[in-house]
Design a protein around this ligand. Structure first.
Ligand code: C5P
Length: 209
């Protein structure tokens, strides 16, 4: 059976948590597509000694290994910013396109989360969900995650980092972040994790019937 759940939305809205729970519930595979851009961004910064060179970033994107994706520095704010810079490069997106499309249509079902899954990677996905939350709530959630390793980080810094990234992601020419016309909008601002997950699971169940 092929069945794709496309989960898009801005940073720290709850996509990852919801995606993993949906994948577990239905026995689907899960791909965090942001990690592809994060791994590419971090490597491009290393190779360019702090400067991202578009042609090199595209080559790196086309040659990512599991080791690159397993690095433990991919969740930092710096990796997030580098990811959103390489993600605006058409050749980087082109290099990552086929891998994601193939993953989405694998046997047994797949959940992919990102920014362009329902619009570009898998426009025919069986279920599309666009997850949002207010900027402030997203910043508080991401801060709680990052402050463990960066105790001096403030919510205000996280908020401005998220806004900068969202603006770049929504304004770019190629595959900008936006809800697909047929996506279910899920605003998690006032929802608990369980409520948000349960809404997503219901949407998938309705389509599987
Ligand atoms: O989801 P995450 O915050 O890990 O994504 C990091 C960055 O990767 C995003 O800010 C965005 O620029 C980029 N991205 C993208 N398309 C995707 C997934 C992530 O452009 N499908």
């Amino acid at each position: 059976m092929q069945f794709t759940v496309a989960i898009d939305g801005p940073a720290a809205a709850g996509k990852g948590t919801i995606s993993k729970a949906v994948a577990l519930q239905f026995g689907f595979a899960y791909l965090d597509t942001g990690s592809l851009y994060r791994a590419t961004g971090v490597k491009a910064l290393e190779v360019g000694r702090g400067v991202i060179e578009p042609a090199i970033a595209a080559r790196l994107a086309g040659a990512l290994s599991q080791t690159d994706l397993d690095r433990d520095d991919l969740r930092t704010a710096m990796a997030g910013q580098a990811a959103s810079k390489v993600a605006a490069l058409p050749d980087v997106r082109a290099a990552l396109l086929q891998f994601q499309k193939t993953y989405a249509r694998r046997e047994g079902g797949a959940v992919l989360d990102g920014r362009d899954i329902g619009t570009v990677i898998c426009p025919n996905a069986e279920v599309k969900i666009y997850v949002t939350a207010s900027d402030e709530v997203r910043a508080m959630r991401r801060h709680a995650e990052l402050v463990q390793t960066k105790p001096k980080l403030t919510v205000t810094q996280v908020l401005s980092d998220l806004r900068a990234r969202d603006e770049r992601d929504a304004a770019r020419d190629v595959s900008p972040m936006k809800p697909a016309d047929d996506a279910l909008l899920l605003d998690t601002t006032d929802l608990s994790i369980d409520e948000a997950v349960s809404n997503a699971i219901k949407a998938v169940q309705a389509r599987l019937k």
